[in-house]
Design a protein around this ligand. Structure first.
Ligand SMILES: Nc1ncnc2c1ncn2[C@@H]1O[C@H](COP(=O)(O)OP(=O)(O)OP(=O)(O)O)[C@@H](O)[C@H]1O
Length: 292
């Protein structure tokens, strides 16, 4: 087996880059053939992964969810298996597949692990492995991205968060889940393959990456004063019995609106008035820990 490690030197404020000596040590100790490549700019990981998937059996992302998404978009359609090494700040997909966050153990899993086929999500023309969503969470992420151009770090985050919370009135969405469709003022809706997003929040605790279905969490708009209570539950995956929350499973989710809205696809924001999410069953090989 030949391994390619794609390292984003910016991910996790340098955390991913810091893992390189450990990767080299473990690979040398195990006597496996490997190569390390660094990303030079956004989207570069997709290019490296696409080329690498022709020659390597395992193409591993060493970074956060953004790097992972780029690697997935590069290896899709090939036989190469994805390896996931959490080196970002959030690492939400890694939480779904590993019980352990010990990087040495994760590297051993990748070298000795089992390869299974997992589902992927597609939103319009973009593939994702973890979660797509629209509503207040995506509007906040979009506002933070824009305010990053004015402020930096935490102030950008707080500015984006507060501005969106004050302004948010609920989105008038038409939501179709397979054959079922409804109009609703929406707080948020997710199309989940993985369980976690946003740095460990648990919108869809029952999501399964190989059941051929999205877990869909729909939350209708609510009084703003209730949002902190909802959030305290949502973080832990304890929101599913609340009155405003409906959980579904489905293979297709279409969200349309008269106005453009933000869609978050594995942390990347697109702006559209129609988001078509589709599950692609068994679309990708992934290395997972043996016997899990
Ligand atoms: N050399 C580079 N210089 C600047 N940005 C890069 C470079 N290589 C990759 N990127 C970009 O860095 C972004 C952030 O990467 P990533 O999401 O993996 O890390 P993170 O934000 O620290 O972690 P997480 O998403 O898990 O919170 C990605 O969108 C990627 O396109």
């Amino acid at each position: 087996m030949k391994f390619l490690f794609i390292v984003n030197p910016k991910a996790g404020h340098g955390k991913a880059k810091g893992l390189v000596p450990l990767i080299q040590n473990i690979c040398n100790k195990k006597g496996v053939e490997f190569k390390i490549e660094y990303t030079m700019a956004p989207e570069h990981a997709t290019q490296i992964a696409k080329e690498g998937s022709k020659y390597f059996d395992v193409v591993a992302s060493v970074g956060g969810d953004g790097t992972l998404n780029e690697v997935v978009n590069g290896i899709i359609g090939s036989e190469a298996a994805l390896g996931v090494i959490p080196g970002g700040t959030g690492n939400d997909f890694a939480r779904t597949i590993y019980e352990d966050s010990d990087i040495e153990k994760i590297l051993e899993y990748i070298i000795n692990g089992e390869i299974i086929r997992v589902d992927l999500g597609k939103c319009n023309d973009r593939f994702f492995i973890n979660i797509g969503s629209a509503g207040i969470d995506s509007e906040i992420a979009h506002a933070v991205q824009r305010s990053n151009k004015i402020f930096s770090g935490k102030s950008a985050y707080l500015y984006g968060l507060v501005k969106t919370l004050l302004k948010y009135q609920g989105k008038n969405f038409n939501v179709s889940i397979d054959e079922y469709s409804f109009n609703a003022k929406t707080l948020l809706v997710t199309a989940s393959n993985g369980k976690y997003y946003g740095g460990g929040m648990l919108p869809t605790p029952e999501a399964d990456i190989s059941d051929g279905l999205f877990d869909i969490c729909f939350i209708e708009n609510m009084n703003k004063l209730k949002i902190p209570f909802l959030l305290s539950k949502y973080i832990k995956g304890e929101h599913i019995d609340l009155r405003e929350v409906s959980m579904f499973k489905g293979s297709k989710l279409v969200i349309t609106s008269d106005e453009e809205f933000a869609v978050n696809i594995d942390g990347e924001i697109i702006i559209t008035d129609r988001a078509e999410f589709e599950i692609l069953k068994n679309a990708l090989n992934v290395v997972i820990p043996r016997n899990s």
